[in-house]
Design a protein around this ligand. Structure first.
Ligand code: AMP
Length: 341
């Protein structure tokens, strides 16, 4: 029997509840300070207490997971707390494609994959000198939007960059990636691709609530003008969204192009859950500024299924449960190596 394991954070509850619903053993690698929280949930069969998530690389933890034939489900916390090299060195099977996580963390590789998928990507601005219009400065890696800022001139950029250096969030220009800002409705498109039956499922779409940029819209412009401070795009939570039905065909096509591009550039491709993140402009054209090559926390809204998973499944299907189904199907077909790396 295969077990499902994950780190205690991000979407661990959804993932393990989904695995239990599918009858699989569930294991949580849990920081000792969070044991109290996770012990509340009966669907977690085993806790491996650790002082730091990095212990998942140690032989002690590896042995327990190996003994249970565990598949590790990667999520945002794994990406945020481990280097690419550390992730790639994990010995137990990782669900999906651990090699593509490097492409998620590196802005240049990320852009390359999005362009290969023929997605419309907002133009990157190579140097602060080239800032001509509204531009967003973003930190590399999984910074969660903290320390991002908007700017429209080199002079303003330098002022804000210096403030961020002072606050210790960045060291210099190297830590920032500049991209033209696209105005519109933000949407985070959640997919699942199964290499077992070569099928893409659109699972749901969510909105992110980011602080404190959202708060700015509540303040009259007279007050905004006098403010001398940098707003941020720190993700606080997510809420559900549905799209105009006429947009769905395009959504599927974007997902399919992404899957095909990943097959070409990062073998074995984009297997399992992923998310294409961007903005619908005034012509309903979607501009992709980001992707996540693993389950996103926005799927937590749909623990009981989403409006779109309801169209595909007759039981409440969370992304966590969908992952567990894939593991079960692959185990049955003796193809676990096709869905893990
Ligand atoms: P990211 O780290 O790329 O996911 O960006 C974090 C947040 O910054 C997003 O959720 C958006 O609110 C915002 N953002 C990033 N890039 C753009 C862009 N090119 N145009 C508009 N908003 C953006």
């Amino acid at each position: 029997m295969t077990a499902v394991a994950t780190l205690g954070s991000h979407c661990a509850l959804q993932v393990l509840k989904g695995a239990k619903d599918e009858g699989l053993k569930t294991i949580l690698v849990c920081e000792k300070k969070r044991e109290r929280l996770y012990k509340r949930f009966d669907f977690i069969d085993e806790l491996i207490p650790v002082d730091s998530f990095l212990e998942v690389l140690d032989s002690k933890c590896t042995k327990i997971l190996e003994k249970n034939n565990a598949v590790l489900i990667p999520h945002g916390t794994l990406i945020a707390q481990m280097s690419t090299e550390q992730i790639e060195s994990i010995k137990i099977p990782v669900f999906g494609n651990k090699w593509i996580l490097r492409w998620e963390s590196d802005r240049n590789l990320k852009e390359k994959l999005m362009l290969e998928a023929n997605l419309a990507v907002p133009k990157s601005v190579k140097t602060p000198k080239q800032i001509r219009r509204l531009t967003i400065a973003k930190r590399h890696g999984a910074a969660g939007g903290k320390g991002y800022f908007l700017t429209s001139s080199e002079k303003d950029y330098i002022k804000k960059r210096n403030q961020l250096i002072k606050s210790g969030l960045i060291k210099g220009d190297k830590d920032l990636y500049l991209q033209e800002y696209v105005m519109g409705v933000l949407a985070y498109l959640q997919f699942f691709y199964s290499p077992l039956d070569d099928n893409l499922e659109f699972f749901g779409v969510d909105k992110r609530h980011e602080s404190d940029i959202e708060g700015l819209a509540r303040i009259p412009s007279q007050q905004q003008l006098g403010m001398d401070y940098i707003s941020s795009f720190n993700v606080i939570g997510n809420s559900p969204m549905v799209l105009r039905e006429s947009l769905l065909d395009d959504v599927y096509q974007m997902g399919e192009r992404f899957v095909e591009a990943a097959k070409r550039l990062v073998k074995p491709g984009m297997n399992g859950p992923f998310c294409i993140e961007g903005v619908y402009d005034q012509d309903a054209k979607f501009w992709t500024f980001e992707f996540s090559a693993r389950i996103v926390a926005g799927t937590n809204i749909y623990m009981d299924g989403s409006p779109y998973s309801t169209l595909l499944y007759d039981v409440p299907m969370s992304m966590g449960r969908r992952i567990a189904r894939e593991i079960k199907a692959a185990t049955r077909q003796k193809k676990l190596d096709k869905i893990t790396t």
